[in-house]
Design a protein around this ligand. Structure first.
Ligand SMILES: Cc1ncc(COP(=O)(O)O)c(C=O)c1O
Length: 422
C-alpha cells in the first residue's frame, strides 16, 4: 500500500519507515487489516484502548449521548455528563476539581500553568519547576520543556524553558544497587528544592516513552515527603498510568502519594475519544477565586468537556468498577512469560508493573533510534502481533480484555522474533 498523498503521520519518517498498514476494523484486542490479516494490538494503540477496541457498552453510551447533545461551549454552560464525571473522578482521586482539555499534552500544560499561576496569584516568586531525567510529558512546548531533551525535542531545544532535572532511579528484576541510586536522586532533589520551587512533575511509578522505566513506590514517597517539607506542589502525570494500568486505579495510589495536580488522558474515555483532564485540589482552585480578573485561569479549548467524551469516560469508569479483577491481578499473568523470556541471552533488565511488562534487548545502543526495535516489530507482525518497541526496549501494554491465549501469542511472537534476531 503506497503512502497516501494527503496524509502526514505522527513520529514517522517517510524516507526510513515502511508504509502504514490500513486498518478496516478493531474489536477487542484485534485489529482487522484491509488485506484480510488480523493483528493483536499488544500496545493498546499507543496506550489508549483500555478495555478493548469497539467496547460495546462505551460505543452505546457515546451513541446515546450523540442523539441528545454532541457538543456545547463550556464557558457559560455546564451539563450533566461533565458534572457526573467530575464528581466521580473527585471521589476516586481525592482531587476535587476537574479542568477539561483534549489530550495528554494539554492536560500537562494545564497542570503546569495552574501550578505556576497559583503561586503568582499569591504574590509568590516561586519560579522553578523540577522534573526528572527521562521524563516525557507530551509534544506541546510546556510539556516538551518539562520532558527530558531527546530526539523528540532536539529541533526545538532553544525554545524550551529551563527546569531543574533530577535523576530517575529506575529499577528492574534483580537490581542490586537501587538504594544507592535512590539516595543520590533524593540528594539532587534536596539541592534543587533549596531554590524556591513552583512544582515538581513526575510520571508516577513508570516513565513511559523514555523506555518503560519503573521506580519503587518508596522512592516516590520520599520525593513527596521532600515536596511537602518544602511546601511546593506535586504534579502527577498519569496520562499513561491512569485507570488501572499499574494495577491500581491510579499509579499515585499504588505508590501511596497524593499529588496536588494530576494530568489524565488516554484511558480516560476508555480510549474511545480524545479528551484530557487535569484534576486539582480545592486549595489550588481556591487560589484562582478573586475579584481581580487577572487571577482568572485564562485557558480553554474549543472542545472542553465534550459530552461524547464525558459519556465514554463514564461508561469506561462503570467497567473499571464492575471488573476490577481485570486490572488488579495482571502482573501475575505477565510474570511466567517474562520468566521464560529471560532464557534468551539478549533479554535484560526485565520489569513489570500491573498491565505493563518491559525488558531491554542487549544490543549496544539504548537509543530510541536503535533499529533493533523496528526489526523485532517486523518479525512480530509476521506472527500476527503488533508491538512498537522504544528503541531497544520491548514492552507489552495490552487492552484489559486480552485473553490468556492472545497474551501467550504475544510472548511467543516476541520470543521467536528474538531467536531470529540473535
Ligand atoms: C506520561 C505522558 N504524558 C503525556 C503524554 C502526551 O499525551 P498525548 O500524546 O495525548 O498528547 C503522554 C503520551 O504518551 C504520556 O505518556
Amino acid at each position: 500500500m503506497p503512502w497516501h498523498p494527503h496524509l502526514w503521520h505522527p513520529t514517522t519518517q517517510v524516507a526510513l519507515h515502511p508504509e502504514p498498514l490500513r486498518v478496516s476494523g478493531a474489536d477487542g484486542c484485534v485489529l482487522q487489516l484491509d488485506d484480510g490479516r488480523s493483528l493483536i494490538d499488544a500496545i493498546s494503540s499507543w496506550w489508549v484502548t483500555l478495555h478493548g477496541h469497539s467496547e460495546p457498552s462505551i460505543a452505546a453510551a457515546v451513541g446515546l449521548q450523540a442523539q441528545v447533545m454532541e457538543q456545547v461551549i463550556f464557558a457559560n454552560f455546564s451539563h450533566e455528563p461533565a458534572e457526573q464525571l467530575a464528581t466521580r473522578l473527585a471521589a476516586l482521586s481525592g482531587l476535587d476539581r476537574l479542568f477539561f482539555s483534549d489530550n495528554g499534552s494539554t492536560a500537562v500544560e494545564v497542570a503546569l500553568k495552574m501550578a505556576w499561576q497559583w503561586w503568582r496569584n499569591q504574590g509568590s516568586d516561586r519560579r522553578r519547576l523540577v522534573a526528572f531525567e527521562g521524563a516525557y510529558h507530551g509534544d506541546t512546548f510546556g510539556a516538551m520543556a518539562v520532558g527530558d531533551r531527546s530526539v523528540f525535542t532536539e529541533a526545538y531545544d532553544e525554545l524550551l524553558f529551563d527546569v531543574a532535572r533530577i535523576s530517575w532511579p529506575h529499577t528492574h528484576w534483580g537490581d542490586s544497587d537501587i538504594e544507592t541510586r535512590e539516595t543520590q536522586a533524593l540528594n539532587e532533589l534536596d539541592d534543587a528544592l533549596a531554590v524556591p520551587t513552583a512544582g515538581v512533575i513526575l510520571e508516577p511509578l513508570i516513565q513511559g516513552a523514555s523506555g518503560m522505566r519503573m521506580v519503587r513506590p518508596e522512592f516516590l514517597r520520599a520525593v513527596e515527603a521532600r515536596v511537602r517539607d518544602r511546601g511546593t506542589l506535586l504534579i502527577a502525570d498519569e496520562v499513561m498510568t491512569g485507570f488501572g494500568r499499574t494495577g491500581s486505579l491510579f499509579a499515585s495510589q499504588r505508590a501511596g502519594i497524593q499529588p496536588d495536580l494530576m494530568a489524565l488522558s488516554k484511558g480516560l474515555t476508555g480510549g474511545f475519544l480524545p479528551m484530557g483532564g487535569t484534576l486539582a485540589s480545592e486549595r489550588i482552585f481556591a487560589g484562582f477565586i478573586s475579584e481581580e480578573p487577572l487571577k482568572t485561569f485564562f485557558h480553554g479549548h474549543s472542545f472542553t468537556a465534550n459530552p461524547l467524551g464525558c459519556a465514554a469516560a463514564l461508561a469506561s469508569l462503570d467497567l473499571l468498577e464492575q471488573h476490577p479483577e481485570r486490572f488488579l491481578h495482571f502482573e501475575g499473568r505477565h510474570r511466567p512469560h517474562l520468566e521464560a523470556l529471560t532464557a534468551h541471552s539478549m533479554v535484560k533488565q526485565v520489569r513489570c508493573l500491573g498491565t505493563m511488562a518491559a525488558f531491554e534487548l542487549d544490543c549496544g545502543s539504548t537509543n530510541y533510534l536503535n533499529p533493533v526495535g523496528r526489526q523485532l516489530q517486523r518479525l512480530c507482525l509476521e506472527d500476527g502481533v503488533y508491538i512498537r518497541p522504544l528503541g531497544n526496549v520491548v514492552y507489552l501494554l495490552p487492552p484489559l480484555c486480552i485473553s490468556d491465549k492472545q497474551l501467550q501469542n504475544c510472548y511467543s511472537a516476541i520470543g521467536d522474533g528474538i531467536t531470529k534476531l540473535s
